[in-house]
Design a protein around this ligand. Sequence first.
Ligand SMILES: Cc1cc2nc3c(=O)[nH]c(=O)nc-3n(C[C@H](O)[C@H](O)[C@H](O)COP(=O)(O)O)c2cc1C
Ligand SMILES: [Fe+2]
Ligand SMILES: [Fe+2]
Length: 396
Amino acid sequence: MYKPIQANKDTFWVGVNDYETDLFESLWTLPQGVAYNAYVVTGLNAAAAIDTVKGPFLDEYINKLVQALDGKALNYLVVNHMEPDHAGLISQLKTKWPSLKFIGNAKTVPMLKGYHGIEEDIITVKDGDTLDLGGHILKFFTVPMLHWPESMVTFDASTGVLFSNDSFGGFGAHEGGIFDDEKVNSRWEDEMLRYYACIVAKYSNIVQVALKKLGALEINNIFPSHGTLFRHDVKQVINLYDKWSRHDADNGAVVVYGSMYGNTRHMAEAVCAGLSGANIKDVRLYDVSRADTSIILRDIWKFRSLALLACTYNTQLFPPMEALCSKLLNRMPKNKFLGIAGSYSWSKGVLTALHDYAEKSKLALINPEVEVYTSPTQEDLNKCFELGMNLGEAMA
Ligand SMILES: Cc1cc2nc3c(=O)[nH]c(=O)nc-3n(C[C@H](O)[C@H](O)[C@H](O)COP(=O)(O)O)c2cc1C
Ligand SMILES: [Fe+2]
Ligand SMILES: [Fe+2]
């Protein structure tokens, strides 16, 4: 998007599309880029920007901001979040508008100093405090650990716009329209869930608290810091966030395997066949060495069943599977049925490691646990099929 876009009364989107960052947070793939949404609200008495964008987009961002301000000065910068994808240009705004005041909370203050050396002109707000811009009263709500300690959201009661920070955000740059009514749901829902699973999911219990806290507001629009802006149907995205943060999922299964020479893959295929035999129609099989981890996490969040199969490597769990288990233990998905199976040729070890993960995960472990010596026999494959069937029937 090459120009500011009016998003509501006196409210402009002044964000940017990033097509060049390959890995968000140096972790998560961006096949369709990512957008850093920033905003400005121009009141009768004062104008406030809501966050900035990532550092390299200085010229594009300032250019849009100046156009949106239409000759007015910028008086405030609301710092909803200090992660550098949004706070990247804080110092540069101060250089351009020297009387600029920063709005943050007690947790923002040390980060403003640490990241930017800023110690002055900070207005420290508490949960529920307001800022009157003239015709627009901004109200601030702290949402600590959603997903950083200083995270806040900002609500404009006159327009009903919730500037929701990373919550309700999604991967993917804007293509054409920036609003929900300008695209089909499939253009944003999967990428929003992938963002949720990778970045927000660990804090699902806090999402539940935040949804209750914000539930009393008359929210007309949700404008997040990444991805689609919701002005047409905010209910459906609130419902999605409620569902994902309650660990509610759809009937379907993710089968992930780690295999060097294909034996464990054959076992995984038998698990899939068993799921299919139990009439489960959405079964997704992923090679943990090759599939995109963010997509595996997204689909684990989406479905109620998970099977993990791996071979033994130097007495331990095959390393990419170990890495996946570690990511899952960090996020702790709940309410899922789990199946485990492993293969070995001399020392064993993999099933113990997967069992250890299963215990720590607190997921419902479904029988049988299958341990296979070298190539799976027909009997081994039958057990894997049975595991798939049992996972499928557990969801009935
Ligand atoms: C480099 C390497 C290390 C391995 N380390 C072990 C091990 O420590 N203990 C063991 O029982 N098997 C070990 N194996 C054997 C594999 O776990 C076993 O052959 C397994 O069936 C391979 O499954 P796959 O065909 O799905 O790759 C190792 C294999 C390789 C190639
Ligand atoms: Fe963030
Ligand atoms: Fe972000």
